[in-house]
Design a binder for this molecule. Sequence first.
Ligand code: PGA
Length: 435
Amino acid sequence: MISLQDETTGADSTQQLLHERNYVFLLIANRLDVASDEDLDLINDAYDYAKANGYPFFCVTSSPEKYIAQWRDRTGAEYPFLLADEVVLKTIIRSNPGLVLLHNGTVINKWNHANIPDLSEQKKSLDKLPIGVMHEDNQLKTIAQCVGWFFIPLIVLLWLDILVVKRKFRKREKFNINPLIYNKMRKNIVAGNWKMNKTLQEGIDLVKDLNAVLADAKPNCDVVICTPFIHLASVTPIVDKKIGVGAENCADKEKGAFTGEVSAAMVASTGAKYVILGHSERRAYYHETSEMLKTKVELALANGLTPIFCVGEKLDEREAGKQDEVVGSQLKDALFDLSVEDFSKLIIAYEPVWAIGTGKTATGEQAEDVHAFIRKTIADKYGKEVANNTSILYGGSCKPSNAKELFAKPDIDGGLIGGAALKAEDFKGIIDAFN
Ligand code: PGA
C-alpha cells in the first residue's frame, strides 16, 4: 500500500491522488541523488504537457530534502514532490526515474526513463500511448549498445582465437609435426625390428650405441627394440631405461614338446615387455594363420607382454584395391574376440608387404588412408575411446628422411622400423621425427 506525503507540508496526498478522476503523472525517482538525468527534456516536456492540460504532475521520491533541492537545481524541475517508501517505489517501477500515468486512481501506463514518450506534440489520447514500446531512437541505441558491448568484443575474441590456433598449426606444419601429438591420449612409439640380424656381440654393441645416442635425448615417443630371442636376456639388463625391449615372435603353445619354439612366458622371463606378432614375414614364410595368431596374442597378454600386432596387404592386393578388405579381416580374425580391456593393451602396426625392405615407402596419404580405416574398424567394434587410444604404427622402408612426413599424419602414431633400426644414428633420426 502506497503512502504519499507532501514534501513541504507533510500532508498525506494518497487519497487525493487515488480519487483524482483525471490523468495524473507521477515521475517516480526512488533516489534522486543517483537518478538518471539523460532524458530530462522528455520529462520536462511531459510536465509542460500535463500543466497545459490541467493534469497533476508529481515527482515521487524517497530522497531527503537535500537531494530534492539538488534535483531541482540540476533539472529546473517546477513540479511538486511527494515522499514515499523506497521499497514501495521500486515495486511500482524499477527505473530511476520512471514515469507512471494514473487514470481514475489506476495505473494505466508506465515507462522507464529510456522509453518516456515524447509528449511535446501529443495529440492522441493519453491512454493510447504504447506501453513499454521503445522509442525508435532508443531501440537503435539499445541495438548499438548490444553491438558495442557484446558482439564486437565477441568477434574480436573469436578472431584472436582463430589467429592463435592458426599460428600453432602453421608452426606444427612448418616443423612437419603431427598436430595431434600434443593432445592425443595414445602414445607415439618408434619400435625397431631387428629381424634375423646381428650376432649376440653385434647386438650388444648396437644396444651400447643406442644407449650412447639417446643418452642426452628426450624422445617425444616411446622407444622399443625387438630383437632375436637369443639377444633378449643379454640386452634387457644393459639397455638404457628409456628403451623398452621386445621379441619378434613367440610360440602359439604355452609350453611342452615343441622343439625350437620360445614361449611367451620365456620371453617375459628375460625382462622383455613387448612381442611382435603377425609380421608378414612370419605369415608368408612360416604360414602363420589368424587362428594361430589369435592364440599367440592371448598367450602374450596372459604373460604381461604387449603385442605389436602387424597387418598389411601384399602388392597384388594393393593393386586390386583390396587393402582395406585384407587389413580389416586380419584385424577381425585374430583380435576381435578379445575383451575391450585386452584389446586396449595392443599396439597395431600397418605394414604394407610391398613396402617392407623394398625401399618403396607408402606415401603419407596411402598410409594415412589405411591407418584411418584401421582406427574406424576398431571404433566400430570397441568404440571411439578405445580406437583413439590405440597406437597404430607404420612400417615399410621408414627412414629418417620420410619419418616426419609419415608421422605428421593424424592416424600414424609412429613406426615399426626394420633396416633403419640396425644403425643407432638412423634409428635416432627416426625418433627425432617426433621432436
Ligand atoms: P623395413 O621393415 O623398415 O626394413 O621395411 C619393416 C618391418 O618389416 O618391420
